[in-house]
Write a protein that binds this ligand. Structure first.
Ligand code: SF4
Ligand code: ZN
Ligand code: ZN
Length: 321
């Protein structure tokens, strides 16, 4: 079968959402074109510096590769965090990532929870369980990761922080926030990000219109040596996401293109809601770490977690040894 786009090479990929059969080259070009379109819409091409939050998984490689195909790599800087999860964080994986990024001309900054928070994720969990808390590792991990990525973006004076979230991740998050009825959080998932604090670097997701199966195939065709190990804490993840994921796959299977339609319709709706919503003032800052926190809070969720695990002394404002 011949590729529907170039009409020259053999087709290897069937794209259910477009109904097209594509050769490898046209498939790669198609993904890059969608990432470029989304990025131009946000204005990434006009940025002076973009921090890429890279985990070492397949989406990080695809993010760096697609952005470097139309943005000067000198304007891109990658940032990786080692969470400190025994058996999961591996040195060779970071070296592999560094080698690949360097081949694209992108520098990599390395950080870790141990270095910037004072504890590895395993240590946080050990203390948290010791105190009888019932908080999942992902709550600690996600919260501190967001904070450190934002700090890193500010430190390098980035105009944007780009993450490797794909279409599947994005639609799952939208549906979860719809179920929770969190409007303010919900409109933050729209294509044009909003800034609720001068301390926030705008977060963007250039892969948000690319299906997960496409990032997997892109990574496979490109021969990336990405991290394939599963995090040992994944089984403790909140179950709502798994259920929503299952439901969305069922819908996509019955009607290919459903995820894309949901996202596109959501973007239109979010634009209207945003125009009619009176955004509140600047977010308050945490009394301990000085970073933005939710309205009505004096201490951010991250500092609160450390205090409850007995890892931070509120009065001395220092990690406890
Ligand atoms: Fe962190 Fe949870 Fe992801 Fe593991 S599964 S890396 S703990 S967010
Ligand atoms: Zn082709
Ligand atoms: Zn704080």
């Amino acid at each position: 079968m011949i590729c529907d786009v170039c009409r020259a090479r053999e087709a290897e990929v069937y794209q259910p959402h477009s109904g097209k059969r594509l050769c490898r080259k046209c498939f790669i070009e198609d993904v890059r074109a969608r990432v470029k379109e989304e990025s131009l819409k946000i204005g990434l091409d006009k940025a002076n510096k973009i921090l890429l939050a890279v985990s070492g998984g397949k989406d990080s490689y695809v993010l760096a590769d697609t952005l470097a195909s139309f943005i000067d790599p000198q304007k891109l800087i990658a940032y990786n965090i080692t969470e400190g999860i025994h058996g999961y964080n591996r040195r060779e994986q970071i070296e592999q990532l560094r080698k690949y990024l360097s081949s694209l001309g992108i520098e990599l900054i390395e950080d870790s929870f141990k270095q910037s928070v004072g504890y590895t994720l395993d240590e946080m969990m050990k203390y948290s369980i010791g105190k009888g808390l019932n908080v999942s590792a992902c709550t600690f991990c996600g919260g501190f990761r967001r904070k450190l990525i934002n700090n890193a973006g500010r430190a390098v004076s980035a105009d944007y922080v780009a993450t490797g979230h794909n279409l599947d991740d994005e639609v799952q998050a939208i549906v979860i926030n719809l179920i929770r009825g969190d409007l303010l959080r919900l409109i933050r998932f729209a294509d044009k990000p909003i800034k609720l604090s001068s301390k926030f670097v705008l977060r963007v997701k250039p892969l948000r219109k690319v299906y997960e199966w496409e990032t997997t195939l892109y990574a496979y065709y490109s021969g990336y040596q990405f991290q394939e190990l599963e995090c040992p804490y994944i089984s403790t993840r909140p179950t709502l996401r798994a259920k929503v994921r299952e439901l969305l796959y069922m819908l996509e299977d019955k009607k290919p293109g459903t995820l894309l339609t949901i996202l596109e319709e959501f973007d239109k709706l979010a634009e209207k809601v945003r125009n009619q919503t009176q955004l509140k003032d600047e977010l308050p800052t945490c009394k301990i770490c000085g970073e933005p926190t939710s309205y009505g809070r004096e201490i951010c969720k991250n500092c609160e977690l450390l205090i409850s695990a007995g890892l931070l002394n509120y009065h001395q404002n220092l990690p406890m040894s």
